[in-house]
Design a protein around this ligand. Structure first.
Ligand code: HEC
Length: 290
C-alpha cells in the first residue's frame, strides 16, 4: 500500500513538473515572437460553467430557447443547420403547436409537383432548417472565399486539444465541453487587439481563439442589444455567445441527457451485479479447500 501511495505521489510530481515546463516553454516562445505565432489558437478557450457539464448535467431549456433565437436572427444569415428538423425543437420545451408556427415562418423550396415544377411552400415540422445559400460555392463566394460551416454538429466538430496532463484529469471530471467553450471564446474574442507587428490578411478578422490561424473570414457577428430577449436575461455579447453555444451543443447532441441517465443506471447495475457475482462465487466455493 505504501509503495502504491509513493508511486502515486511521484506520478503527481512528474505531472505537475511536465505541466509547468510545457506552459513555461509556450510562454517563452510567445514572448519571443508574439507577432508571428506558430501554434493556434493563440489563447486557450475559457472554461465556462455549463448546465450540461458533468455526469448529471442537463440542458437549461430557457437558455436553449434564447440560443435558438440568436441562431435564427444572427447566425442563420450565413450558417446552415441541415441536420436539424423543426420537429426536434420540441426538445427545447416548445409545444407541438408552437413548433408548427415556428416552421411555418420559413419558406421551403419543394417539388417537383404534378406539372414537374419546383415550388415554394411554408415549412412543416418535418422539414429541416433551410440553408441560407444554394450551395457551398455560393456560400463561399458571399463570404470572401470561406464557406461558413454547417452548424448541425459544429459544437462536436470543434474543440481545442487539451494536451497532457489536462486530458488525464478530463477523464475524471468528464470534461466534454470543448466545443461550446471554443465557440463562446471565439464569439467573444473579437475585441482584442493583435500584438504589434502582426500581419492580418486583408478581409479577415483577428481572433486569438480561432483554431487555425491568427484571423478568420467571419466578421464579429454579435453586438450588445442585437437580439431582444423576453425573459430578462442580459442582452450582451457574452450572454448571446453562451446561449448560442449551449443551443449548438443541444443541436449536436439532443439526446445527451438520456445518454447520461442511461450511463449512470448501467454503472449502478454493473456494481450491484458485480457484487452479486462475487457473493455467488464465495458461496459456490465455500466448502472447497484450496
Ligand atoms: C456574415 C456571415 C456570418 C455570420 C452572420 C456568422 N458567421 Fe460564423 N462563420 C462565417 C464564415 C465565413 C466562417 C468561416 C471562417 C473561416 O474559415 O475563415 C464562419 C465560421 C464560424 C465558426 C467556425 C470557426 C472554426 O473554427 O472553423 C463558428 C464556430 C461560427 N462561425 C459561429 C458563428 C455563430 C455562433 C454565429 C451567430 C452568432 C455566426 N457564426 C454568424 C460567417 C458568418
Amino acid at each position: 500500500m505504501k509503495k502504491i501511495l509513493t508511486s502515486l505521489a511521484l506520478l503527481g510530481l512528474v505531472v505537475v513538473g511536465v505541466e509547468t515546463a510545457s506552459t513555461g516553454a509556450i510562454a517563452a516562445e510567445e514572448a519571443h515572437n508574439a507577432a508571428a505565432p506558430t501554434h493556434f489558437p493563440i489563447d486557450q478557450p475559457k472554461e465556462m460553467d455549463w448546465s450540461f457539464a458533468g455526469p448529471f448535467g442537463t440542458y437549461d431549456k430557457a437558455q436553449l430557447q434564447r440560443g435558438l433565437k440568436v441562431y435564427k436572427e444572427v447566425c442563420a444569415a450565413c450558417h446552415s443547420m441541415n441536420l436539424v428538423a423543426f420537429r426536434t425543437l420540441e426538445g427545447l420545451g416548445y409545444s407541438e403547436g408552437q413548433v408548427k408556427t415556428l416552421a411555418a415562418e420559413y419558406t421551403i423550396h419543394d417539388g417537383p409537383n404534378d406539372a414537374g415544377d419546383m415550388f415554394d411552400r411554408p415549412g412543416k415540422p418535418s422539414d429541416y432548417f433551410p440553408a441560407p445559400f444554394a450551395n457551398e460555392q455560393a456560400a463561399a463566394a458571399s463570404n470572401g472565399g470561406a464557406a461558413p460551416p454547417d452548424m448541425s454538429l459544429l459544437a462536436k466538430a470543434r474543440g481545442v486539444e487539451r494536451g497532457f496532463p489536462r486530458f488525464v484529469f478530463d477523464i475524471f471530471t468528464q470534461y466534454a465541453q470543448g466545443g461550446p467553450d471554443y465557440i463562446h471564446s471565439l464569439l467573444t474574442g473579437y475585441d482584442e487587439t493583435p500584438p504589434a507587428g502582426m500581419v492580418i490578411p486583408e478581409g479577415t478578422h483577428y481572433n486569438p481563439y480561432f483554431l487555425s490561424g491568427v484571423s478568420l473570414k467571419m466578421p464579429k457577428p454579435l453586438s450588445d442589444g442585437q437580439v431582444t430577449y423576453d425573459d430578462g436575461a442580459p442582452q450582451t455579447v457574452d450572454q448571446y455567445s453562451r446561449d448560442v453555444s449551449a443551443f449548438l451543443m443541444w443541436a449536436a447532441e439532443p439526446h445527451m441527457e438520456d445518454r447520461k441517465k442511461t450511463g449512470f443506471r448501467v454503472l449502478v447495475f454493473l456494481l450491484l451485479f458485480g457484487a452479486l457475482v462475487y457473493l455467488t462465487k464465495r458461496k459456490v466455493w465455500e466448502g472447497v479447500t484450496h
